[in-house]
Ligand binder design. Structure first.
Ligand SMILES: *Cc1c(COP(=O)(O)O)cnc(C)c1O
Length: 396
């Protein structure tokens, strides 16, 4: 009775449809095997159509998109950038690529995303200290959650959730700080009906292998300023000036997505609404099945007006009600060949960012201590889900 009796259940594996192969095949047939071609144009058009953004540039990763997005917002050496602590490190690394420093902000308990009050505190403290204001604000929609949804509130009322987008944007505008929206985990999620990624001055998506849609690796930047998209395209292709002889006046990067991978992206984009629907069903299935376990809660909750893509189903364990810890549960699931993962370790606790300013800390540290991500891939069958639920019940 060991793990090889089972197939491994992964946290969020790629889930291909039927049309990716057609786009790939056509690209190979037509010799469009370069970071330029019809799939790339089509993929960007598909993303614009879905998000209703004016312009999109497909790039080699979400991280590259954040990097060039911060360059658009003119983040330079010595600048500070406001950023949630509770996120994947790829949100903050590009700040450092630009020579800047993050200023971390704690989460709020209901949405798990950046706390507007702490954001205001950070800005007030910087004004009071006579310091230069941060150059930009990065908002992250963690685990795909934006802000509020009536239908889900019934399930999630106890547990809280999405970015208080309106409030965050209001605070940033008051101080004239441009916003980069890291929607890497939130493609297909909406706030008041509008797709996430389109609220900030610049929005970023990731098509990494474990995201809701994948091109194996890839990213995209969206903006409502076509001239900004042109600038990103220029930077992403080594910043070549208009000349036959490879002339360069600016520092460039090699960040463009391949036309082959964009073909996978085109096939994936056809499936976006289906994938969101499925991930949401998975979240609800787990809720229904496991809600009865003492000390186990689901979150973040979905406030009215928000529609998360439920990229990953996340749970919280309460040490006062159960002896089962997230690590105990993770190791137990591992014995059943099921992958699970702690919530993102807050960036202010990372050795890399040891001396970085941080406003608040209690909320995201508590979430990190108590949380676990469950297998949430959109290809999961009812049998797969039952296997995870049974293993969790065993642990309890
Ligand atoms: C995945 C992710 C990124 C980075 O995207 P890549 O395509 O992997 O470079 C950035 N921010 C968040 C919140 C992510 O989850």
């Amino acid at each position: 009775m060991r793990s090889q009796d089972y197939d491994r259940l992964y946290l969020s594996p790629p889930h291909l449809g039927r049309h990716e192969i057609n786009y790939l095949h056509k690209a190979l047939e037509d010799n469009w095997v370069a970071p330029v071609g019809p799939n790339l144009d089509g993929f960007e058009r598909d993303i614009c159509e879905f998000t209703e953004a004016q312009a999109c540039v497909a790039l080699s990763s979400g991280t590259a998109a954040i990097h060039l997005g911060l360059k658009l917002l003119e983040v330079e050496a010595g600048d500070e950038v406001l950023c949630p602590s509770f996120t994947f490190v790829a949100t903050a690394n590009p700040i450092v690529y630009c020579g800047g420093t993050p200023v971390f902000i704690d989460s709020e308990p209901d949405t798990w995303n950046m706390c507007p009050q702490r954001l205001r505190e950070a800005l007030q403290a910087r004004v009071a200290g006579g310091q230069r204001l941060p150059r930009a604000l990065i908002i992250v929609h963690l685990y795909g959650m934006p802000a509020r949804l009536d239908e889900l509130l019934a399930v999630a009322r106890e547990y809280g959730m999405p970015a208080r987008l309106d409030e965050l944007l209001a605070v940033a505008r008051e101080y004239g700080i441009p916003v980069l929206e890291d929607a890497a985990e939130a493609l297909g999620a909406r706030y008041k009906g509008q797709p996430l990624g389109t609220f900030g001055d610049v929005g970023v998506f990731s098509f990494n292998g474990n995201k809701i849609l994948t091109t194996s690796g890839g990213g995209a930047l969206v903006t409502n300023r076509p001239e900004w998209a042109a600038k990103v395209r220029f930077w992403a292709t080594q910043a070549r000036d208009q000349a036959a002889h490879y002339q360069h006046s600016e520092l460039g990067y090699n960040y463009r997505l391949s036309n082959l991978l964009a073909g996978i992206g085109r096939g994936q984009m056809e499936l976006l609404e289906d994938r969101v629907k499925k991930r949401r069903e998975i979240y609800l299935w787990y809720c229904d099945k496991l809600r009865h376990l003492p000390g186990l809660a689901f979150g973040p909750a979905e406030p009215a007006g928000s529609r998360s893509n439920r990229w990953l189903t996340t749970i919280l364990l309460d040490a006062e009600q159960t002896a089962v810890t997230p690590e105990h549960l993770r190791l137990h699931l591992e014995t059943r060949n099921i992958e699970s993962r702690p919530l993102w370790k807050p960036l202010h606790l990372q050795p890399l960012f040891a001396d970085t300013p941080m406003y608040g800390s209690a909320v995201c540290e508590n979430l990190f201590t108590r949380g676990l991500c469950l297998p949430s891939g959109s290809a999961m069958t009812e049998g797969d889900l039952r296997r995870v639920a049974d293993a969790i019940e065993e642990a309890f």
